[in-house]
Design a protein around this ligand. Structure first.
Ligand code: AMP
Length: 399
């Protein structure tokens, strides 16, 4: 994959940078975590330092197509960019994506100026990977840079169709994207051992491919979160009303057998926090995994599991983590996940945290600085673990 550093004659050019500014906001519209914006700064500064005219574009949330939505506008992102880049007067926001305002502002851009387009998903063409929409975007710039790892697993117009409109010399990966991809590929293909994978989250089905791929590569696997109950049930445990995928019990058994055959150590929670309902406002119990009462559901791993998993991580040299250990959105069931985050951060291993929920957790736990690498893309990082091709990256590599 060619990167921004391979670009010749970038000086003074018109560059389009596909960023991932899909940042979380609170109910008042304030950005609560700007890591994704800060992650794009290196690429933006590199271009500005070379007198480029910079056009930035991103999606945000899931707006109704073809309709402007104030809450999902790029306004807050522009305000934050002005603070971070410290060139406030040189950053403007277009009123639209490919409308008159965006096109004319793009044309009038001067060296070292930045234009931010409105939310790409305000246009129907973005998610449809529409070539006409991509062509309009491409009229704005001579060089295409993709720095949006978080959306590379989606064939959307600004990520896929648009990249293909540029020849190899004029389309590259930005610093953030190339760092994400290199990190995952290098660490997955050639990890220091013992290599431990920690997989959690709601369902086995969502991470089945990842689990199959990981069993081939790691020395130990820890399973937590809702998906652990399918594995526990597959081993004959009573799991009450816990989350389960009955159609995957055989699949779960197959993974356990495969792990055993390959000598991969396989760990499930040994105790759980159970509740009679999916709520924080009820009496809860800490019980061994063998003792989940009928009618109750497991919503977090228990303290004994946290201690066991800490032991498992003791000798790890590489740790990859994707998915929470419990329903961490409710404080009462967040302990297992927060402890897991601390245990990973405290280890002496190279630690890789998958994006989305897991990155959010590491942030909540205050552990981000202690991790070796926190990915900005949840789905995209999962696809890399699964060994799948990402459309956005394939488009950059196309001949
Ligand atoms: P995923 O998107 O598959 O990574 O799953 C993340 C979600 O899994 C979070 O929203 C958690 O609330 C949920 N989750 C984790 N543990 C459990 C559990 N024991 N029961 C139900 N949901 C869970």
């Amino acid at each position: 994959m060619r990167t921004i550093k391979d670009l010749e004659n970038i000086e003074g050019r018109r560059v389009f940078i596909r960023c991932d500014f899909n940042v979380p906001k609170d109910e008042d519209g304030n950005i609560t975590d700007d890591r994704r914006i800060r992650g794009a700064l290196q690429t933006i500064r590199y271009c500005l330092d070379r007198d480029c005219k910079v056009i930035l574009a991103s999606h945000a949330g899931r707006p109704k197509k073809g309709v402007y939505n104030e809450n999902l506008s790029m306004k807050a992102v522009v305000v934050r960019l002005r603070t971070l880049l410290k060139i406030a007067e040189k950053i403007t926001l277009a009123k639209d994506v490919i409308g008159e305002d965006a096109l004319s502002k793009a044309k009038e851009l001067k060296a070292k100026e930045v234009l931010v387009l409105e939310n790409l998903r305000f246009e129907e063409g973005e998610e449809k990977n529409d070539i006409e929409f991509a062509k309009k975007l491409a009229t704005m710039a001579d060089i295409y840079i993709n720095d949006a790892f978080g959306v590379c697993h989606r064939a959307h117009a600004s990520v896929e169709a648009m990249a293909r409109l540029y020849d190899k010399e004029h389309r590259v990966a930005g610093f953030l994207l190339s760092k994400e991809v290199t990190f995952f590929e290098k660490k997955l293909d050639n990890p220091m051992r013992p290599f431990v994978a920690i997989v959690g989250g709601s369902k086995v089905s969502g991470k089945l491919e990842a689990l199959r791929n990981l069993v081939e590569k790691v020395d130990k696997i820890i399973i937590g979160g809702g998906m652990a109950f399918t594995f526990l049930k597959a081993q004959g445990y009573e799991i009450g009303n816990s989350l389960v995928e009955d159609n995957l019990l055989d699949e779960a058994r197959t993974i356990i057998i495969k792990a055993r055959k390959k000598g991969v150590k396989f760990y499930l929670p040994i105790d759980v926090v159970v509740a009679p309902e999916f709520s924080e406002n009820c009496a809860i119990k800490y019980l061994p995994a063998q003792e989940i009462p009928k009618g109750w559901m497991g919503l977090d791993i228990g303290p004994a599991s946290s201690r066991l998993f800490r032991e498992v991580l003791n000798d790890a040299q590489t740790i990859i983590w994707n998915g929470p250990m419990g329903v961490y959105e409710m404080d009462r069931y967040a302990k297992g996940s927060l402890k897991m985050s601390h245990n990973i951060a405290d280890s002496y291993a190279t630690t890789i945290v998958g994006g989305g929920d897991t990155a959010d957790l590491a942030q909540k736990a205050g552990d981000v600085e202690e991790m070796t690498f926190v990915s900005t893309g949840g789905g995209a990082s999962l696809n890399l673990i699964e060994g799948k091709e990402l459309p956005g990256i394939t488009a950059l590599q196309a001949e």
